[in-house]
Design a binder for this molecule. Sequence first.
Ligand code: URA
Ligand code: SF4
Length: 183
Amino acid sequence: MDQPLNRLAEEISSCRLCPLWQGRTHAVPGEGAFGSLFLVGEAPGQREDELGRPFVGRAGRLLEEALLAVGLSRRQVYITNVVKCRPPANRRPKKSEIRACLPYLSREVAIIKPQLMLLLGNTAADAILGQAGLSSLRGKKLASYGIETRVTYHPAAVLRNPALRPLFFADLREASQRLRGQR
Ligand code: URA
Ligand code: SF4
């Protein structure tokens, strides 16, 4: 395991920079591969808080299914969240909590050096690009942290609204092809 990434995970595990530490069982640092696709969700949910790993609940299963459908395994990508501790009752993280936690995300990007970023849902888009409104952001060639960036739906939104499923899968396919230099 990479030293800087381990050190960062340890720092996150004992972080008290915003009030979300009070409700956590485990902080949830990002995990996965270097130099590949970097996925950013919103915040840990119940299952993630229990296990200390990102996207291991229902939304995570859908994300893994979509990754596999486009030829990517979970181990081949990096998965993280805008905030690393679970908000009470899964509410959206507050602006102040996002501001406190975001320096960890930029350190993850600096260590992982991804080829492509994929922001999952409005919370990630707003936190990282300063822009929400998925319907206008989807399909645009964006950049964040100096890295090529795309936006798609959050898998939890896809679970709530199955009509989004083909769009979500298409966005992941586009990202996967971009990684392979096919578009
Ligand atoms: N939803 C998220 O945004 N992140 C997770 O890790 C799990 C569910
Ligand atoms: Fe620290 Fe982020 Fe957890 Fe807040 S959410 S306590 S800033 S790791």
